[in-house]
Design a protein around this ligand. Sequence first.
Ligand code: NAD
Length: 335
Amino acid sequence: MNILLTGGLGFIGSHTAVVLAEQGHELVLLDNLCNSEMTVLDKLNTITGKNLAFYKGDVRDTALIKEILKTHQIEAVIHFAGLKSVAESGSDPMKYYDNNVAGSIALFEAMKAVDVKKLIFSSSATVYGVPQYLPYDEVHPTCPINTYGRTKLQVEEILQDLANANPDWSIACLRYFNPVGAHESGLIGEMPKGVPNNLMPYVCQVASGSLSHLNVFGDDYDTKDGTGERDYIHVMDLAEGHAAAIAFVSRNAGIEMINLGTGMPYSVYDLINAFEKSASRAIERVVQGRRSGDLPIYYAKADKARVLLGWQASRGLQLMCDSSWKFQALLKGLC
Ligand SMILES: NC(=O)c1ccc[n+]([C@@H]2O[C@H](COP(=O)([O-])OP(=O)(O)OC[C@H]3O[C@@H](n4cnc5c(N)ncnc54)[C@H](O)[C@@H]3O)[C@@H](O)[C@H]2O)c1
């Protein structure tokens, strides 16, 4: 199938490109490089042995998107492009509504104009908000507690309306939990610009010496060891989930919201301990007070993905840490 990946040079987009290319799909990647680099394309070409089509451009450029969709006879779009910092979304909300919501509308307009009706959207577990019960299933009420989460929920709602009005569209909103890890080659992985917002890239940078220590925000939660627990999912499992979702949208019309998680929560200390084994070095940590807006624990009910997509995560925490460290060590010339 001919597939456009917006945000295709980003963390999740690049790993998904590897899996889809290996399955024989024809890919076109679009990225404005606001959180990625051109070197990722070279690495993707090395891993896949292909010369992937790439456009440097923005999803808000409707004319460019229409041109790409027509030129490459695109049949499905996976919409990864977006901004993802919860903190920045609070301090600069308009940037997030413009990029994530207006950007998505511009993309869907372009798709509609040239009759491309298959779409996978990168949504997030943040749409759920404070858990009313756990694990979160897909019918758990949605009430995001930050601007980033609201942008994701708004796009889901737009897509629900689009699907209601156009029953021949086929849409999967994939609600990711906490993607971590890297491709087994160590060539691609998560490469945030500036100080990382997420735990795993932060731990990686402490281990490689770029940052002095890890702040643990809260060790007095009502969890097994007092630190926050999350449903970490290996990015290659997530990538395979997208491949399964492409097969699903090819066969079915309508819209589905689907969790992509493992269903297994791990604490901050679980992750640090596993990472110390991977890197054979200690991670300096300093316990700080709780950070406002952090939830003590959340994780996915992953049954719907298993039933609808025939997919479930198979990689464990140690592999997540091993592959993250391999990527970081190669990047920093430590091995
Ligand atoms: N990584 C996570 O923890 C996580 C969790 C849930 C959902 N998501 C969502 O998944 C998607 C991909 O996340 P990621 O971790 O790969 O992030 P990422 O920042 O690594 O990748 C996003 C890519 O999109 C590009 N981009 C951003 N805005 C763009 C625009 N307007 N036009 C073109 N390109 C643009 C960036 O340059 C980047 O390469 C995002 O929409 C994110 O919100 C991520």
